[in-house]
Write a protein that binds this ligand. Structure first.
Ligand code: BES
Ligand code: ZN
Ligand code: ZN
Length: 499
């Protein structure tokens, strides 16, 4: 898909399909839509009223023009937002969803060229550049398919080639927004690919190879099993010891060309398959466990986007990649592991493995003296119980950092909601024989996992995102199919760009 910006008005633009929007069923006089409607011989207005179009966000109509207009078809989208409840979608999200639908419709109708009228969309508190970025994200992500394992690829090759965004402003900031939209959408697509790849193929070493492939702009250091042993990452290794596939520690670095304003570490959980280990999961719970490296996938996808985004901060991306398998060599409930920071951990449930891998990954990156650390992990089923499939839980020891993350997430319409790190619950992590145990009590599993991780970040500003819910879509979403979502690539990209 090629993207262009143009200041030509939608009623004069030549494309097979034109996508426009309106906030009501009334086409207001002397607007661009009015001009287009008049050219169509009032076809648009008549269709909208005949089909009871109201103009609400989420509504859409496909209008065939039968030779009245140069284009074959007009897509009309509703743009009126009724705000309801917490985390309600904003103007940009309405554009993303509409853009995704326009691209999907164009492909379904075998259309090769589409014009999407940006200028007409309500802006809210956003700029034209933000709207451009949102439309690009929506179109690329809405067209995303994971076809690697499908034989008949020709049948699924999309028809849509040329997309022109019709804008009222076309200066460097608008052009940059287009480029950024492409970069974050490609980073997100990369993350989706990594998650969707079966665990048989997405082994820790394969994930390391994919990180190496990031290419120019990101330096990558991979630590092998023996190097991980030398670093005494006993907690990480305890998880890895049951698997035939060797673990790998991935350290990716982005260094800005200009003076770096801060050092930021992003750590992702990289369990390429979570069987539960000897605390084996039931079959149904294991079905989607190739997604237990979604945090890692997001880190890799983000690093990919940074090559284009070029924020003025140094970014360390770290992943402790391993499988979690039951075997004769697997860690046993009751065993004690010594983490890289010297703390001993009694491992009572081998299915609470994410925190064990993250403990050493967090301690490793703290050695780089970052100004802040953000980790992302498909950490607890309890987070799904609390917040559902679409919303991540966020915990932090730094109120300002939490606020910044929430701001970026809101702009990107990736839902996050804070949970408290209740000090009193730390009691539940005490072990009679070691410094800590890897499971807490019966309740507040998400918070207790957060408290466990906090033991490994010291005083560093830190935030933990539990993405167990939104990392995986159990049904198609407005701009992504069922499967890996690549959640938080866009939020973290925005966070780094505005830091
Ligand atoms: N990877 C799982 C968490 C998970 C569950 C992610 C469902 C996505 C969907 C994690 O390693 C796990 O198994 N956690 C346990 C922790 C428990 C043993 C304390 C859980 O949530 O049941
Ligand atoms: Zn587990
Ligand atoms: Zn897990």
């Amino acid at each position: 898909m090629n993207f262009k910006l143009s200041k030509i008005k939608s009623h004069s633009f030549d494309a097979e399909a034109i996508a426009v929007c309106t906030k009501t069923n009334q086409i207001k006089r002397s607007t661009l839509l009015d001009t287009l409607n008049k050219k169509s011989g009032n076809l648009i207005a008549k269709t909208l009223s005949a089909e009871q179009f109201e103009g609400k966000a989420g509504e859409s109509k496909v209008i065939r023009t039968y030779g009245f207009l140069a284009c074959n078809v007009v897509f009309v989208f509703g743009a009126h937002l009724e705000k309801k409840g917490d985390l309600a979608p904003n103007e940009l999200e309405t554009i993303r969803c509409a853009a995704a639908k326009a691209a999907k419709r164009a492909n379904a109708l075998k259309i090769a060229s589409l014009a999407f009228d940006i200028g007409q969309w309500p802006s809210g508190s956003f700029q034209e550049a933000d709207k451009i970025q949102a439309a690009v994200e929506g179109m690329i992500l809405g067209s995303y398919r994971f076809t690697v394992y499908q034989k008949d690829k020709a049948a699924i090759t999309p028809s849509l080639q040329e997309v022109t965004l019709l804008v009222s402003k076309n200066s460097s900031s608008e052009r940059r927004a287009l480029e950024f939209g492409q970069a974050v959408a490609h980073g997100t697509s990369l993350a989706r690919d990594l998650v969707n790849t079966p665990a048989k193929d997405m082994t820790p070493v394969e994930m390391a190879k994919r990180a190496k492939n990031l290419g120019k702009g990101i330096s990558v250091r991979i630590y092998s099993k023996s190097e991980i042993e030398k670093m005494k990452m006993g907690s990480f290794l305890a998880v890895a010891q049951g698997s035939e596939a060797p673990p790998a520690l991935l350290h990716m670095t982005y260094q800005p060309k200009k003076k770096s304003r801060a050092v930021i570490a992003i750590v992702g959980k990289g369990v390429t398959f979570d069987s539960g280990g000897l605390s084996l999961k039931p079959p149904a719970s294991m079905e989607t466990m190739k997604d237990d490296m979604s945090g890692a996938a997001t880190v890799i996808g983000l690093m990919d986007a940074l090559k284009t985004l070029q924020p003025n901060v140094t970014v360390h991306g770290v992943v402790a990649a391993t499988e979690n398998m039951p075997s004769g060599s697997a860690i046993k409930p009751g065993d004690v592991a010594t983490a890289m920071n010297g703390k001993t951990i009694e491992i009572l449930n081998t299915d609470a493995e994410g925190r064990l891998t993250l403990a050493d990954a967090l301690h490793f990156v703290i050695q780089k003296k970052p100004d802040l650390v953000i980790d992302l992990a498909t950490l607890t089923g309890a987070c799904l119980v609390a917040l559902g499939e679409r919303c991540a839980g966020v915990m932090s020891n730094d109120a300002k950092l939490l606020k910044k993350i929430r701001k970026s997430a809101t702009k990107c319409a990736e839902m996050v909601w804070p949970l408290p790190l209740i000090e009193e619950y730390r009691e539940d992590l005490k072990s009679p024989i070691a410094d800590l145990k890897n499971i807490g009590g019966r309740w507040a599993g998400t918070i207790e996992a957060g408290l466990f991780l906090q033991e490994f970040v010291g005083d560093t500003s830190w935030a933990h995102l539990d993405i167990a819910g939104p990392s995986w879509a159990s049904k198609d979403l407005p701009y992504g199919p069922k499967g890996g979502t690549g959640v938080m690539v866009r939020t973290l990209a925005d966070f780094l760009m505005t830091y």
